[in-house]
Write a protein that binds this ligand. Structure first.
Ligand SMILES: Cc1cc2nc3c(=O)[nH]c(=O)nc-3n(C[C@H](O)[C@H](O)[C@H](O)COP(=O)(O)OP(=O)(O)OC[C@H]3O[C@@H](n4cnc5c(N)ncnc54)[C@H](O)[C@@H]3O)c2cc1C
Length: 282
């Protein structure tokens, strides 16, 4: 039976860890780096994959508890609408010796939990998190790699590139708002890294699709790492696996977020979206 090409992330450990914000750095106009630490990260194991992720827990507006609350007790005593909201972030780096966990968070306006939190958080603030989960690392047997995403995928792409062996062709396409969003990436020397600009009002993924149209694909078996806005991911997956006929197996593909949906709404429709995407071109 063929493997599904859309990922269902493995469930991270359910017991929340308590972490403290150690450092905050504005990397680009839309990306904030946060370094977390503290005893709660003891036993955190995020070395196996390059797309490890955590789920940060945020009290909803009006919740009668703070970020430090006993989540088990909250779940046992309060109605579900007051339970913490979860937001998923990639482990950009984990230093087990120093117990430092680095996350890069996209700020995309005033709405939501994760983005506004990253804008306002200060060293010393507490955050609880679940995880890590994860499932992808570059396949050393792949003939070439294609990594595609938007700023929310930059942390996973940046963590993955150093694991691609020298000499193996790798193309990276990242769609962002402008040149100020570009970051230096620790890529192998042969990597072809292209930052693409999303024009104002354009749908997510349009610049990626334009670039793909003229991209000459290397020969052999590729491994795709394709994530980002759900509509963009679906269109690009269709282009690569159906129109261009790349093999359907062995990739890492998912919608990290969806335009005009908060994460709760997106998660509620994700299973159906996955089914529809799997049916594309079937
Ligand atoms: C496995 C995985 C790993 C991820 N890793 C990262 C990561 O390392 N860094 C990161 O920043 N994000 C990452 N994401 C995406 C992140 O979880 C979502 O973007 C999430 O919706 C952000 O939550 P929020 O509270 O800021 O906004 P929400 O409350 O979820 O959404 C509010 C509004 O903002 C819009 N929105 C949400 N995210 C974005 C965005 N990135 N750009 C523009 N508009 C947006 C929504 O469409 C909605 O209209 C990851 C997601 C997954 C599944």
């Amino acid at each position: 039976m063929p493997q599904p090409t859309i990922e269902t992330p493995t469930r991270p450990v359910r017991r929340p860890r308590r972490a403290t914000v150690l450092e905050r750095e504005q990397l680009t106009p839309h990306l904030i780096r946060l370094v977390l630490g503290g005893e709660g990260l003891e036993g955190f194991a995020a070395e196996e994959f390059s797309d490890h992720y955590v789920k940060l827990l945020f009290p909803p507006a009006g919740a009668p508890y703070g970020p430090d609350a006993d989540v088990e007790e909250v779940r046992a005593t309060l109605p579900r609408e007051q339970w913490p909201r979860t937001r998923t972030y990639t482990v950009r780096a984990w230093d087990p010796a120093a117990a430092r966990l680095t996350l890069d968070v996209v700020v995309h306006g005033d709405v939501g939990f994760g983005g506004p939190w990253a804008s306002a958080v200060r060293p010393g603030d507490v955050i609880q998190l679940l995880g890590p989960g994860g499932s992808y690392a570059p396949d050393p047997a792949a003939d070439w790699h294609l990594l595609i995403g938007d700023p929310s995928v930059v942390p996973a792409i940046a963590a993955s590139l150093p694991r691609i062996p020298d000499g193996v062709p790798v193309v990276v396409l990242i769609e962002a708002e402008g040149p100020d969003d570009e970051l230096p990436l620790d890529a192998p020397p042969q990597a072809d890294v292209r930052w693409l600009r999303r024009a104002a009002g354009e749908p997510h993924g349009a610049a990626l699709l334009r670039e793909l149209a003229s991209l000459e694909l290397p020969a052999g078996r590729p491994q795709l790492f394709l994530h980002g806005e759900a509509g963009a991911v679906r269109a690009i997956r269709r282009e690569l696996l159906i129109e261009r006929g790349l093999p359907r197996e062995g990739h890492s593909i998912s919608g990290y977020w969806k335009h005009r949906r908060d994460d709760e709404a997106w998660r509620a429709e994700k299973a159906e979206w996955n089914r529809q995407v799997e049916a594309d071109g079937a």
